[in-house]
Ligand binder design. Structure first.
Ligand code: HEC
Length: 169
């Protein structure tokens, strides 16, 4: 009995993962806050009430330091924070003229995997990079990843990264 139930569960799991393979192939990089390098933190350039802290894994940092194209297995994480607001709902500025971090809202991830871009149309293709977004607890959020893909896709000269010029250690 147990064997049968297990086999059935396994079967379901396989069906689900095949159907959703494209949007679930990136898993949550649970160790990013201790293992990755925080190469940049900034007020988000296209979102007026957010702040982002950017982290990259060793594979990405090492290649960037050597001026090489980032290899398969490169992972970039963006911790997206809400900016603190005053009681009227306006974003507060520090004496440096910068936003101040409030709650962590989401964790955005880009990862590069061999062949990952192959099935995507050109306007959604980011080389072999793909996208995922998670809650602060690491649960996958149900967002339209084509929005991510289409905004990053035109960045062909910088490996589809906006922040590649900062990727040094
Ligand atoms: C409208 C354009 C736009 C969309 C849509 C978008 N991004 Fe970005 N992304 C940016 C910009 C601009 C940056 C540079 C840092 C910043 O200002 O947030 C960035 C930075 C990043 C980075 C850090 C690496 C880099 O490119 O600098 C990751 C990871 C990332 N985005 C993931 C995502 C994910 C996941 C989604 C979808 C859920 C997404 N992005 C949707 C514009 C976009």
């Amino acid at each position: 009995m147990i064997g049968k139930a297990f086999a059935a569960a396994l079967g379901l799991g396989i069906v689900a993962s095949v159907a959703l393979a494209d949007d679930e192939r990136i898993s949550f990089p649970a160790d990013y806050s201790t293992k990755f390098y925080n190469y940049l933190s900034l007020d988000r350039v296209q979102n007026e009430d957010q702040i982002i802290r950017l982290f990259a894994n060793d594979a990405a940092i090492e290649a960037a330091n050597e001026g090489k194209e980032l290899p398969y297995g490169s992972v970039i994480v963006g911790e997206v924070y809400k900016a603190k607001k005053d009681k009227d709902g306006n974003v507060i500025e520090s004496s440096l003229g910068r936003r101040v971090r409030d709650k962590l809202a989401a964790i955005a991830v880009m990862e590069k995997g061999q062949g990952w871009g192959a099935a995507l149309p050109e306007d959604l293709r980011n080389g072999d990079w793909d996208f995922a977004i998670f809650s602060p607890e690491g649960e996958r959020l149900n967002k339209d990843l084509n929005a991510c893909r289409s905004c990053h896709a035109p960045m062909t000269k910088t490996q589809h990264l906006f922040s590649s010029g900062h990727l040094v250690k």
